[in-house]
Design a protein. Sequence first.
Lengths: 338, 599
Amino acid sequence: MPKPIKEIDILWITAGLGCDGDTIAITAATQPSLEDILMGGIPGIPKVNFHNPFLAYENGAEFVAFFERAAEGQIEPFILVIEGSIPNEEIKSEGYWAAFGTNSDTGQPITTNEWIDRLAPKAWAVVAAGTCATYGGIHAMAGNPTGAMGLADYLGWAWKSKAGIPIVCVPGCPVQPDNFMETLLYLLFQSTGRAPMIPLDEALRPTWLFGQTVHEGCDRGGYYEQAEFDEQYGSRKCIVKLGCWGPVVQCNVGKRGWMGGIGGCPNVGGICIGCTMPGFPDKFMPFMNQPPGSLLSSHAVMTYGRAIHALRRFTQASLNKEPSWRKPGPELTSGYSE
Amino acid sequence: MSTQTITAAPAKPRTLVDMNWDPITRIVGSLGIYTKIDFANKEVAECYSTSSIFRGYSIFMKGKDPRDAHFITSRICGICGDNHATCAMYAQNMAFGIRPPNMAEWIVNLGEAAEYMFDHNIFQDNLVGVDFCEQMVKETNPGVWDKAQRTEAPHAKDHGYKTIADIMTALNPFTGEFYRETLQVSRYTREMFCLMEGRHVHPSTLYPGGVGTVPTVQLFTDYLVRLMRYVEFMKKVVPLHDDLFDFFYEALPGYEKVGQRRILLGCWGSFNDPYACDYKYENMNAWGNKMFVTPGVVVDGKLVTTDLVDINLGIRILLGSSYYDDWQNEPKFVDKDPLGNPVDQRHPWNQTTVPRPQKRDFNGNYTWVMSPRWYHEGEPGDKKYLALDTGGGPIARFWATALAGKVDIGYVKATGHSVKIYLPQTAMKPEVEFEWKIPKWSNAIERDRARTYFQAYAAACALYFCEQALKELHAGNTKTWTEFKVPDEAIGCGFHEAVRGVLSHHVVIREGKIANYHPYPPTPWNANPRDIYGTPGPYEDAVQNTPIFEENGPDKFKGIDIMRAVRSFDPCLPCGVHMYLGNGKVLETNHSPMFGMMK
Ligand code: SF4
Ligand code: SF4
């Protein structure tokens, strides 16, 4: 058993190809809130020093200094959080797609990828926040010019931190606020020896958050069961015919809501577009079409329960796979051409 | 038309120190500011702003289903993505030829009002506020901190803080009481948002043709009770900020010059009126003028137009110092608008984006942001490509709305020279009327002040929208969506105000697919580099010649006045930029100051 950690830094890089939506999301969390974690409001976790550009007091080089020091081994231990997809910097001859800070010797921007290369090996744990960082997401869709991919594509799916922890993926576009903070809290408990190794599924998601489908938690399930399907947006019935992918998407938002139990997706009239899945967005587009196979499953719902279940597993397996072009290497295969 | 001269010639010989801040924190996204500072004359001599990411929306949206545009473009921004989704939906409605039911429009307006309430709140008091907090003021201007402790807050009875120093202490990150309160407020305002649009920040319930939100008595009750908490909160927040900002003018004479630039403001209008808006391009001037925030361009304090067709046709995207190939010789997508007006090659409808990553060179190309300009004939000899800014949103919205004098819905009223905001009685406080008056300058303090007033304005509008939605509900009008077919060939445009200012989406549909799509959010307008005519972008312009009031010399320099100038624009880099200020390398001597822990 490793010694319990007493103090830990969180180094959060928002400079992937993202929108900062996951950072914004965590400011919405209340279970736990940022204040709970940073101000010592939860027993049994280490003292946490938090470095995220959105909330930092420091600025410019003073802020980057934390990352420099961590890369030099002077900050120990730390959790590295990556937000935004990882561009492929190998597919072009010069310049950068994504950068954070400036190299004082060359005067050129330091690429986000270089930061990952320097920091990941030294991190106690690496967390990918949001679907861009986990699996590539929107910026990795077909036709993209940057060769964007997820962190696991970049570091390798079998990658483990020096503490033996795989990449922890908390997908969602953006991440559901409490899902992220709860995962972080779990890791902090693990760091003090109060929780065992974080349980992750094959897509590196915390199992307790992503083990069920949206549909299994959706409060419109009763309508689905009675085969009452909406043809128009804005009523209370099941919206599978309008494009809801809930039956095959692993996500707890239908049940948990978005924040404080309010909002969400199919539960409040928004089709599930599969934003937590490795296959997002490509395998779910066009979003407003009825998902293939769901017609059969919806008509047949009352009699063919078992067959549908098998069919769903099959679809789910495919949706749990990223499109093939999200990978490192000198070649761009997203379909983009000038 | 005159151009204001903001600074006189330097009194002492210039010694320029290279300083950069990269990234600028406490904003959304990565922005770098690169400056040359003249410490002897206490001013910023040169400023470049640079953006450090490229994602390629206009590229990967090609060939996709036009119905997906709002889902995709929401992901442009993680704090105001819903503004994009909404704007995309407006463009879809125009392209598909549909008009959503009234109820849908009230729901969208309520959602967007909540977004303004949330976003301005968190930015103002958890990000900008830190630049005015005790810790920061002590570190940068100990003299000002001393004075703040001796200065009574004129509105102490409204907000409960006795001295200006007490306000500053309350703004300290995490330990400050007001800081923590505003973080909490940012949460229940997002709950209000989620009631209407499903999820913050990428909505789940918006669609072309309307919304999927189910309008019920419960929905509007849940919204209204939170709104009234916010209304009460505003009665304390507006006077608190007035006290703080007025104090800076008083404590540091000349502070009005910080972040000052020529008055060149753009506002594309917000909150459609469902009774007026049919999404037809031909009627756009008429329904644009019925918006509850009036669109307009303000040049040197004069309102040049409120016509969205004029605004649309004047948009030009210039290259200059950005990493892209030109499209001057590429084929045109749209020759004439639906009214028969010619559409320029440099208009977003006709833009072709080809990225060309390259080394950053401040004498050449240095950013991923292009330079949007607004073409205006003006007087002979005037510049024709105006570098409009949004001032972070509120100041431009108020300025245009005030001068236009069109909005009058009981809770808010534009007077021709001001905007009045009326907030009814709440549990603990009586009714209040606030008045935003056109300020003397377009500068950092006034941008920040307008933000606070706009929070109150958004809340007041939401009261009206809530009443209208309930009226529809009580009348049994609960339909929220209009069916449509995607046409084979069409064009569309949407105009909206993202939280930080002007937002437009332009779409061209061919063979039922997206053939061209160009969103123009506020930050490219504000954070762009020098264009092909050498005109600097607004940040560059506003920071250049900003006087330095900070008491620290080059070795401990925090650049607080520059930060206040930049943050007053509410930079949001996912849609644009990266600013860069060096680590204190002196150009002309060998003195080598350092920043904190930097080597
Ligand atoms: S709306 Fe979607 S998640 Fe909910 S019951 Fe229907 S198919 Fe399932
Ligand atoms: S329900 Fe679907 S769209 Fe909503 S957050 Fe979960 S995966 Fe994303």
